[in-house]
Design a protein around this ligand. Structure first.
Ligand code: UD1
Length: 365
């Protein structure tokens, strides 16, 4: 191994959940002088509270390239990323392009790099909900079938990739960089003043997030789900609701009809949000990443979706996949369906290092 070899790797991010995952690679990069990491931001998320705040808190370097695509329909957003990303790749040379997770930017960047013959690594590869009505499932399939290196977070990913014919030597079980970031920042999370600011005691509230189109893109359905939640969450608990911009837009003034135990706040910075997760009595969510963070924290989580692409959070972790069966919440709280909660293999804070090692081997340096 020679430190003279300098391989250029472009890490592509686009939206909030990508940032926690990329942070771990930048944190560990000093140990790998042979690898030169650059950052490209597609600009899919752009509001300060959805974007800049995470760069500050997680000490992610400013992007070397910003495509500034913003919001749009799926086709528009994907096409804009592709057109602008192609220009970057044509003007620069990279040995490896890394795409993360399952957002529109993930699929778009993978497609452009693959067509230009640049090797692609997919971080968080192999997850499957088997539900193509979710845009994320389509993005996962595209990225995985174009990638040359598959970085897997949980055992189900190994099975899915093998079943889909991906060669075993392209697949590396590396663990979870989102959990690396959580472990690295536990002290910052413990010091967050958010509970005091909101006048909350630990365990006196539940934290809820909803942003999936299937749950929030129809105002009446969303409001009736929130009313049902109000009916099943024990009455002594407040409901803290850090609402995604898309959910805020849909609810508008209707949130006021829900009464004072709902504490609606905007998207939260990372440390505040994780403090609200860690100190809640339990979590209600339709997010992907929060299922993993609650699993690591062994915090009871109810996922309001019919399926999960992260089955280990249910088989080993603290996640209960209840979809719209909200009546299960009091039953689980009363001790029915009790399970022991364990932290999945390799969710140990070292995934970033394993990934950079995998890059080194892939690039022969
Ligand atoms: C995207 C991802 C989803 C991920 C989520 C995390 C896709 C298909 N979806 O969904 O997998 O879980 O990010 O948040 O890629 N908006 C703002 N400010 C922003 C970004 C968005 O106000 O910085 C608003 C816009 O009105 C936009 C809407 O939110 O139209 C939705 O944003 P978009 O990027 O299309 O998808 P997300 O719902 O955020």
């Amino acid at each position: 191994m020679s430190s003279k070899i300098n391989k250029k790797i472009l890490i592509c991010v686009g939206a909030r959940p990508n940032l926690m995952k990329a942070a771990s690679l930048f944190r560990e990069r000093a140990k790998f002088p042979e690898l030169s990491l650059q950052l490209l931001h597609t600009g899919q998320h752009y509001s300060p509270e959805m974007d800049a705040v995470f760069f500050d808190e997680l000490k992610i370097p400013q992007p070397d390239y910003n495509l500034a695509v913003g919001s749009g329909s799926h086709a528009t957003q994907t096409a804009q990323v592709m057109m602008r990303f192609e220009e970057v790749l044509l003007k620069n040379s990279f040995d490896l392009v890394v795409v993360i997770g399952d957002i529109n930017s993930t699929a778009a960047c993978a497609l452009v790099a693959a067509k230009l013959g640049i090797p692609v690594a997919h971080l968080e590869s192999g997850l499957r909900s088997f539900d193509k009505s979710m845009p994320e499932e389509i993005n996962r399939l595209v990225a995985d079938h174009l990638a040359d290196l598959h970085l897997v977070t949980e055992a189900s990913g190994l099975d899915s990739l093998a079943r889909e014919g991906i060669a075993a030597d392209k697949i590396k079980f590396v663990g979870n960089t989102m959990i690396d970031t959580l472990i690295n920042h536990l002290e910052d999370i413990n010091q967050s003043p958010i509970l005091t600011e909101l006048g909350l005691q630990p365990e006196s509230f539940v934290t809820m997030t909803l942003h999936r189109p299937s749950n929030v893109d129809e105002a009446q359905g969303l409001l009736s789900m929130l009313k049902r939640i109000d009916g099943v969450v024990p009455s002594h608990l407040k409901v803290v609701f850090p609402a995604h911009p898309r959910t805020q837009k849909m609810l508008g003034e209707d949130i006021k009809t829900l009464g004072t135990r709902f504490i609606m706040v905007g998207p939260q910075p990372y440390f505040s949000f994780l403090a609200l997760v860690k100190n809640a009595a339990f979590i209600l969510t339709d997010s992907g990443g929060i299922q993993e963070e609650t699993t690591y924290l062994k915090k009871l989580c109810f996922t309001l979706r019919p399926n999960t692409e992260r089955p280990i959070t249910v088989s080993m972790g603290s996640n209960y996949l209840i979809h719209d069966q909200l009546e299960l919440i009091p039953k689980v709280l009363a001790g029915e369906f009790a399970r022991t909660f364990e932290v999945p293999p390799l969710w140990d804070g070292k995934a970033g290092t394993r990934i950079l090692n995998a890059f080194q081997r892939f690039l022969n340096c």
